[in-house]
Design a protein around this ligand. Structure first.
Ligand code: ADP
Ligand code: NA
Length: 332
């Protein structure tokens, strides 16, 4: 009974890399181009659950917006905006704080991971984060959310909150949102260690391709990427015990919009000395135009701010009536 609508968010918390591009942005663009309504958000309210330098946060928010657009996100087709500019997220989050149970929140493994040993010193916002995420999704009545593995538990909580709200107030108002789980093929691993996720928090810059890297840097990092001494197999099962080789093949397949099997049909039997230049050429062809476009957009922050302002207006046009109806249901 709910029209299909996709929602997803990314935190503006620092350098964007190939994992963010293939695991999030490129998927978001692909979904936008299926014709489903897509709503994408820079979640700065989530970012500040841990300390953010104010000037860096502002920069990272604009850079994330530039990254979305440079990746092919069309602000005319998708609604693209910054969370704090749409106050309905925080307003619905408060109501969800009163629906969610302490016990549910205490089971969230990401809080335990992020708060670490000193949980007493974590912000209250970090603890309440999943209720805000539920509000982000449900304030648009979103039916589908593309998520990585690490967000599955939070989406489960979103479903629990929607179910409890509907039950407590005897309504069928919030949809029970479905996850769109990312395949392992879109999990990008470190270029220095194929057993670890590519991440902005890895201290080695050579472990990742940043979306702002220029062509030379991209080619150099791929030349230096960790491999093994064997030739490439011609079937996917030959990659099972070879994490570094598998990662480079996965990256090639994702960038070329091919399956791993198709890639191996072309490169099976080749040595890395032959394959790496092919991968470097492909990565430069796909990623260098993105970094060039990001740099151009970052030279004109007024254009970015205008896009975000327009996006917030369009987001509020959906969110405000849903929040108003929620207030009415609650008796406010
Ligand atoms: P990081 O892991 O670098 O801290 P985030 O947690 O901010 O990045 O992730 C933002 C988005 O990018 C999420 O949708 C996440 O699933 C995706 N993502 C991050 N790293 C990777 C990766 N190595 N492979 C695939 N997707 C990733
Ligand atoms: Na992450």
């Amino acid at each position: 009974s709910f029209a299909p609508r996709v929602f997803s968010g990314i935190q503006p918390s620092g350098d964007l890399h190939l994992g963010n591009y293939l695991g999030a942005m490129k998927r978001f663009v692909d979904m936008q181009n299926t014709g489903i309504e897509t709503v994408y958000c820079m979640v700065d309210l989530h970012a500040i659950t841990v300390w953010q330098d104010p000037a860096k946060l502002k920069h990272a928010t604009r850079e994330l917006c530039a990254g979305f657009i440079a990746s092919g996100l069309d602000p005319a087709k998708s609604i693209l905006f910054n969370q704090s500019q749409v106050p309905e997220h925080s307003q619905l989050a408060w109501i969800f704080n009163c629906v969610a149970r302490m016990g549910w929140m205490q089971r969230m493994t990401q809080f335990k991971d992020k708060a670490g040993k000193n949980a007493q010193n974590a912000s209250l916002g970090l603890f309440a984060y999943p209720a805000l995420m539920a509000a982000d999704i449900l304030v648009y009545h979103a039916t589908h959310v593309p998520v990585g593995d690490d967000q599955k538990q939070h989406l489960e909580l979103t479903r629990d909150i929607a179910t409890k709200f509907n039950h407590d107030f005897g309504v069928d108002f919030f949809p029970i949102t479905e996850p769109v789980i990312e395949g392992t093929a879109t999990r990008v691993m470190s270029l220095r260690d194929g057993s670890k996720k590519m991440s902005k928090s890895d201290p080695s810059d050579a472990s990742r391709l940043n979306m702002t890297d220029d062509a030379d840097t991209i080619a150099k990092k791929i030349r230096k990427a960790k491999t093994d001494p064997d030739a490439l197999p011609s079937e996917a099962k030959g990659l099972e015990a070879r994490a570094d080789a598998r990662n480079l093949i996965n990256i090639y397949a994702a960038l070329a919009d091919m399956t791993v099997e198709e890639v191996l049909r072309d490169v099976g039997g080749k040595q890395f000395s032959e394959f790496k230049p092919m991968l470097a050429d492909l990565a430069v062809a796909k990623l260098a135009p993105i970094s060039t476009e990001m740099a151009r957009l970052m030279n004109d922050t007024a254009e970015i701010d205008k896009i975000l302002g327009d996006g917030a207006t369009r987001a509020r046009a959906i969110a405000a009536p849903i929040l108003a109806k929620t207030y009415d249901i609650v008796g406010m």
